[in-house]
Design a protein around this ligand. Structure first.
Ligand code: ARG
Length: 657
């Protein structure tokens, strides 16, 4: 049962008599910040007072008079200027909790009107090795998928693999010019990765070189404009001065951007110039950027040689990625990928033109959208289709195939503009009602506050990252085990098994516990800490509860099924009971705005409340059998909630640590 939504539905009845749309007011009903204000608080009388022109306390009294909450809450209290404080009845709490004890779903109801969701996540470009940047989309998407399913929604997960883009032009070019055949035969994927990297470096080098003059001109123009603004004599016109300041700031920002682009271009040049052999190769392949595009175009035109190479490379690349997914427990219903839509792209463009939604401009076919400066190009001058064209074909296919109510795209925030435009275009072309949502996320940073890279400046491969987390987890687990008062309990194999769950869990949880829209700093030490908001802490707590059962030789399943019941006498017991019942609220919060960190925060809070209960209320040594059983069941529900919650985040628990 979802307490908050139950309270809201009761309030809705009363509020609908007072205002037309109570949605915003309902969002102001929240768990109380402080237990002394009860369990929940409704701060709605103040804003209502303004709308209705009445004193808030009077309104609060009127609402409380009409509210039918008798079965759930004690009499509501009105505090201060008009806060409505609610305290759940102990009997009600206990009754709900005892139902949860006997319920596999822990009292979490499934949605009364299930929706159909398509989730587009992970979606790596397959010719390159997966790196730390891919972790976010993969784990956030997976957590949302699991949570939505658990709540009874129909979810179709579709990995929109980048299996058709320029990256294939790069490895095809690389293969034709630079392959080390014996290395390829021995281990094809590492050799293809090497080729990708090499060609990418060369393309970057030549692109940087040709971009230099423009970048420098830009910097010069912006700095000059800023300088001349700075030199203007100040006037008394305050508004004009303010405007000037703002403009100056903008110009300075732009100049800085140009400086950064120059620095990044310089870095790309340095990669090649610092290596004489690479330098020579670069001179031999002056037109590499154009040639790579040409290889891609040939593939798209159906050139038999390039198609044969693509057919040979693709399964190898996909197998490599699959190994990673298997390792971290990621599954998809479908992996159509970009190549699947290739045949449909011409048709998409044609339909847009036919419906008058796209026009030719300087040879390219463009969709002009209200509210955007630049149009969305769907076919380039040379006839090539774009990422956006594929996304339009994909939305058509998904609508026809699955009729979803919502499609969620879990993709890096840097693609924000693409999605805004693409969503606007999708609405235009016949899908005005489907919820299209860019579940965007920030960057994984290193200690230096810059995108996480190795010392040599390479992005960090996902596999190496996971290996290191597991290895460090092994050390954490072993140290903990060695320090046990009665000596170590775990054999090597068990330690390894635990280290897998802890290491992979740490990486996933660190990502999920940050608000997805923020950047976060990647730190093994922080994510593997035994205290604080980490998976390790939750896994350890779960194992600790299990430890209570084994220490007391308690058969917890028997207790669960055998008529023992939870009671709440102590304050700490009640606090834990209430927190346990909030699991359902937390899950609702996750899907409200697609934020898994709502669940991590909840689990962390639950665990803290649990330990404060455990400190204050003896369990195995409780005075009476009834109390002991009740407390054991509270421990059990806590462990089950942690385990279920972590499961929804794609993280495993271990029975001991
Ligand atoms: N392959 C793309 C990339 O790596 C992400 C694709 C996201 N999904 C989509 N439908 N556009 O940037």
């Amino acid at each position: 049962m979802n307490i908050l939504s139950e309270l809201k539905s009761r309030f809705r009845i009363v509020l609908s008599e007072l205002v037309e749309d109570p949605a915003e007011l309902l969002s102001m009903i929240r768990p109380a910040q402080d237990a002394k204000f009860g369990d929940y608080q409704a701060n709605i009388a103040m804003p209502l007072g303004k709308t209705l022109g009445k004193p808030p306390r009077e309104i609060a009294a009127e609402i409380v008079g009409k509210l039918d909450l008798n079965d759930i809450c004690e009499a509501a209290e009105i505090a201060g200027p008009g806060f409505i404080n609610l305290r759940l009845k102990d009997d009600w709490l206990v009754e709900r909790l005892n139902r949860a004890v006997g319920d596999e779903r822990l009292g979490v109801a499934t949605a009364s009107d299930p929706r159909t969701y398509v989730l587009d996540y992970s979606s790596p470009n397959v010719a390159k090795p997966m790196h730390v940047g891919h972790i976010r989309s993969t784990v956030i998407g997976d957590a949302l998928c699991r949570t939505l399913r658990y709540l009874g929604h129909r979810v179709i997960s579709d990995n929109h693999l980048g299996d058709w883009g320029t990256q294939f032009g790069m490895i095809i070019y690389g293969y034709k010019h630079f392959v080390d055949q014996s290395a390829y035969e021995a281990a094809p994927v590492p050799e293809l990765s090497r080729l990708y990297k090499l060609v990418n470096q060369l393309v970057d080098y030549h692109n940087a070189q040709s971009a230099f003059p423009t970048l420098e001109n830009e910097l010069r123009a912006r700095s000059a404009a800023a300088e001349s603004l700075r030199n203007q004599a100040p006037t008394d016109d305050k508004a004009a001065e303010k405007k000037k300041k703002k403009e100056l700031r903008k110009l300075e920002e732009k100049a800085n951007e140009a400086r950064e682009s120059i620095a990044s271009a310089n870095a790309k040049l340095a990669v090649v110039t610092s290596d004489s052999q690479l330098c020579e190769t670069a001179t031999q392949h002056i037109n590499i950027a154009t040639n790579v595009l040409e290889e891609t175009a040939k593939l798209h035109r159906g050139d038999s040689e390039n198609r044969r190479l693509w057919d040979e490379f693709l399964p190898k690349c996909r197998d490599e990625i699959q190994k990673l997914y298997d390792r971290i427990d990621i599954e998809f219903d479908f992996e159509y990928g970009e190549s699947f839509y290739h045949e449909r792209l011409a048709n998409v463009v044609e339909e847009f033109e036919k419906d008058g939604l796209a026009k030719e401009s300087e040879g390219a076919i463009c969709v002009f959208l209200d509210g955007f400066d630049a149009p969305m190009i769907i076919r380039k001058k040379d006839g090539a289709f774009l990422y956006a064209t594929t996304d339009l074909a994909t939305v058509q296919f998904r609508m026809q195939e699955w009729c979803p109510d919502a499609i969620l795209y879990v993709v890096d925030h840097r693609q924000g503009e693409h999605f805004e435009k693409f969503f606007a275009a999708a609405k235009l072309c016949g899908y005005p009602d489907v919820e299209l949502c860019h579940v965007s996320f920030g960057t994984v940073l290193g200690d230096d506050g810059k995108p996480f890279k190795t010392r040599s400046g390479d992005t960090i491969g996902l596999e190496a990252l996971l290996d290191e987390a597991v290895q460090r987890a092994y050390t954490v687990v072993s140290q903990g085990d060695d320090a046990k008062p009665n000596g170590p309990e775990l054999g090597k194999d068990e330690r390894r098994h635990i280290a897998d769950a802890v290491g992979h869990g740490a990486i996933k949880y660190a990502d999920l516990s940050h608000n997805r829209t923020s950047d976060y700093v990647f730190s093994y030490d922080k994510m593997l800490a035994l205290t604080g908001n980490t998976a390790t802490y939750l896994q350890y707590s779960y194992a600790r509860v299990n430890g209570i059962f084994s220490k007391g030789a308690v058969d917890i399943t028997k207790l669960r099924d055998g008529g023992a019941a939870i009671q709440v006498a102590e304050r700490a017991e009640r606090a834990l009971a209430l927190e346990l019942l909030r699991f359902s609220d937390a899950l609702a919060d996750v899907i409200e705005d697609y934020r898994p960190n709502q669940l991590t925060s909840y689990l962390f809070q639950l665990t803290k409340v649990f330990f404060s209960f455990y400190e204050q209320c003896p369990v195995l040594k409780a005075d009476e059998e009834k109390t002991r059983n009740s407390r054991l069941l509270l421990c059990d529900l806590t462990a089950r909630t942690i385990s279920q919650g972590l499961n929804l985040l794609g993280i495993k628990v271990v029975e001991r640590m």
